[in-house]
Design a protein around this ligand. Sequence first.
Ligand SMILES: C[S@@+](CC[C@H](N)C(=O)[O-])C[C@H]1O[C@@H](n2cnc3c(N)ncnc32)[C@H](O)[C@@H]1O
Length: 415
Amino acid sequence: MDLSIASEPCDIDSVPRLMNELASLGSSHDLLADRDGRLSLLDKARSLVAALETPRETVIRQCGAETASFYSIALGVDVGLFKELAKDGGIAKKAPALAEALGFDVDVLRRILRHLTAMKHIKQTSHDEYAPNNFTLSLTHPMMADGYPVYRDFALPPISHLHTWLSTKSYAAPVSVVDNPFTFGHQTSLSAFSYLATHPRIAEQFNHHMGGYRLGRPDWFHTSIYPVQERLLDGYENTDGEALLVDVGGSTGHDLLAFHAAFEQQLKGRLILQDVPAVIESAPRDELKVVGIEAVVHDFFTEQPVKGARGYYLHHILHDWQDERCVEIVGRIKEVMRPGYSRLLVNEFVIPATGVSWEATYLDLYMMVMFGAKERTEDEWRELLEEKCGLRVMKVWNPGNGVEGIIECEVPVVC
Ligand SMILES: C[S@@+](CC[C@H](N)C(=O)[O-])C[C@H]1O[C@@H](n2cnc3c(N)ncnc32)[C@H](O)[C@@H]1O
């Protein structure tokens, strides 16, 4: 192989076409209002970067620059760098003043600020002076910032040991919550969720990250995904105080709060949030109470206490578990579903045969290393929910484009 190709753009022939497409996409969309248009433009821009970049630049950027940037941001979150930068309306600040406020060696901080500037994560306003940009400002909120320590301290040890774990298992897929790259990377016998239960700081950051994950994405109840009025609200029978919707494993309630806000006028029934004790304890009880959401501790492997609800909602739950454990989780819900009336709404990625988004593929790999689990294709969902769980899949509502769909199921009526 002639190594000179490492210094040549990866796909120079596509550059003129990509630039034309970018220009026409950029002028034909309202980039603030049109999410799909903006994502198409972003995808095209990434294709242009990939075409223009040389292999050498890709290697150096991915291995060196991105990792140095990632760990610098995580460190910045730890020490409050971004909050300090955002103080006084984000007015530009000198490195020595920032270092003094943070109790940091100025030389170390200056080198970090320099790299974050080079990576376009903060702005340099003059010599030794820095100001936040939109990205940096967003890192002052834990829902954005806490993804960094969560990945560094919880998720990266597993994925960084994937190669070793696989090599000791003849490259077979992990299928257990207690023997996988997570347990290997953390040198623990605990599953990832048991580990969270014993590490409250990481658990809190994880919950913040789950809240931040959903920001700016269409919610499952958006008309482009699942027609809630027609499929859920219209048939709801509120005769004996039956619940309208139970969010099983709903974290601190972000999905139910958003659902309530969207349908406040039409909602008549009970909304119930269930999760493990530590998560329910950290939920915003007052905020939930004001809008009437009941937050209760429930282990989804045990008997479901809310019987005959109109909807049971599982968001990013089944992708954490192998099929056998999913059958147990779904089985506990199926036992209390009213045939022909109750719906199980599984909010998960439905992996397409081609054109899959990185939003689904990265998560699939993390599900493998953290839980020995996976994101599923439509065939895999049908096999799990119909063949193994005995439900009827009424419809798969799959918006694609890196957004989770709803797999709507019921218990069939036996005549
Ligand atoms: C990936 S998070 C998804 C949270 C939420 N549904 C969302 O989409 O933001 C998985 C959730 O399952 C909860 N969980 C794990 N094991 C559980 C169990 N045995 N019973 C109830 N909830 C559990 C976790 O505490 C966590 O909140």
